[in-house]
Ligand binder design. Structure first.
Ligand code: 4NP
Length: 165
């Protein structure tokens, strides 16, 4: 099956230690089941510089492991201008980061999207912010994984139909 050009996708949250590393991990985990997974490059970054060089939050690592994938190798970095050239799609976890990314994107505005806008309007998660779990309990991280899983399913369905951009 012809699935189109290689895709480079960047997931962005605030600190790059909770939501966007989990997004990268969930998508990697789900994409591993596709034949063409090698032609999709995934990365994550934060709009803030609070945690540069750190591995994901221990709670994010724990929920990832429970869900069957590992994110321990990831290290936090900040979004840079070159990301808007390098990546085909840049998915913001929430509106605040979406807004921050649009402010940096210059002519690449159309690459910047809200992650949960991928999900069908019939889903209760459609168009929502992926809530920042950092100051909450472990349940918040589990909820984040559920949302990311729906986003990954929606992305893969569109990818197979050749509708991603
Ligand atoms: P993330 O979560 O944006 O999902 O990585 C956060 C991590 C750290 C902070 C805020 C959110 N912080 O304020 O340090």
């Amino acid at each position: 099956m012809m699935l189109g050009a290689p895709k480079k996708i960047l997931f962005v949250c605030l600190g790059n230690i909770c939501r966007s590393p989990l997004a990268q991990g969930v998508f990697q985990h789900r994409l591993a089941m596709l034949d063409s997974s090698a032609s999709i490059l995934l990365d994550s970054a934060g709009t803030a510089a609070y945690h540069l060089g750190k591995p994901p939050d221990p709670r994010a690592r724990a929920v990832a492991r429970t869900a069957g994938f590992e994110i321990v190798h990831q290290r936090a970095r900040q979004v840079i201008a070159a990301d808007f050239e390098r990546f085909d799609a840049i998915y913001a976890m929430d509106r605040a980061n979406h807004h921050a990314l649009l402010g940096m994107a210059a002519t690449a505005q159309s690459k910047v999207q809200l992650l949960m806008s991928l999900v069908e309007p019939t889903s209760s998660f459609s168009g929502l912010d992926v809530p920042d779990p950092y100051y909450g309990e472990i349940d918040g991280f589990t909820e984040v994984v559920s949302m990311l899983d729906q986003a990954a399913s929606a992305w893969i369905a569109r990818y197979i139909e050749g509708q991603t951009h």
